[in-house]
Design a protein. Structure first.
Length: 254
């Protein structure tokens, strides 16, 4: 099997199990690091105790990862949305471990087998969750960067501005980010609604449509402007189109 066929197969299958495996390795590495940092300060670092409890930590995170399918859509959804998803998943895993530890500390003798394997240090569990969150989010950015360099290095870059900061604007951004033929880079989001200007959407501060001038379009190296409005008001679309048409860019309407 040549290199081209391997690339095509990997691109088609998107090996989710590899993502899950790497995520679990991150969970384990972060737990070991957290144990070392917390317990070294206490002078109480114990390898045997750490590895006994590591099994319970990995079980909880593995179950949560499977339930919420954190290994799916990594390439397509890498960004704020995926970071929020990871934050929720890590928080749930943290809550399970904290609650389990609280129950064991209150009702089970520390020499009992359940306490030996499941009674955690609150400080270690909290620090582990923080490290895991940072590493998982960073890993997803890394996954997407590598994936694009391998499979989409030959795609042309199209710098776009989206007109419309409502639901349709968000949907358009998601569609552009998942396009496999053309690599789009959203450089700005604008709107003609005064109540939206200055707010943020998917990491972009919403600009006034009046900022769409020939000078700015050239400075931002914009290739095309996409109108993505929630309503089907023809008069509004016409007014926006008339403002954009004189500019040296392509105009598209969703």
């Amino acid at each position: 099997m040549n290199l081209i066929n391997i690339r095509k197969r990997l691109r088609k299958e998107n090996p989710r199990w590899v993502i899950l495996l790497i995520d679990m390795m991150i969970v384990m590495a972060c737990y070991i690091l957290s144990n070392f940092i917390i317990n070294s300060f206490k002078g109480d670092f114990d390898y045997e105790r750490m590895f006994r409890k590591l099994g319970w930590v990995c079980t909880v995170y593995f179950a949560v990862f499977l339930y919420f399918k954190t290994y799916k859509g990594v390439i397509r959804e890498a960004g704020i949305k995926d970071a929020q998803h990871i934050l929720m998943v890590v928080f749930i895993a943290l809550a399970i471990l904290m609650l389990g530890t609280f129950v064991l500390r209150q009702f089970v003798d520390k020499e009992h087998v359940l306490a030996v394997y499941g009674r955690m240090s609150y400080a270690v569990v909290f620090m582990h969750a923080f490290f895991t969150l940072v590493c998982l989010v960073s890993a997803r950015i890394f996954y997407r960067t590598i994936y694009e360099k391998i499979f989409f290095s030959d795609r042309t870059l199209n710098r776009v501005i989206i007109v419309g900061a409502g639901n349709m604007g968000i949907i358009t951004q998601n569609l552009l980010s998942s396009d496999t033929r053309t690599k789009y880079k959203v450089v700005a989001v604008v709107d003609d609604n005064p109540t939206r200007i200055g707010k943020r959407i998917n990491g972009f501060q919403i600009r006034d449509i009046q900022s769409l001038t020939a000078e700015n379009v050239v400075d931002w190296r914009v290739d095309s402007i996409i109108i993505a409005l929630d309503d089907a008001n023809k008069e509004r679309v016409k007014q926006i189109s008339q403002h954009i048409e004189p500019l040296p860019v392509k105009l598209k309407i969703m």
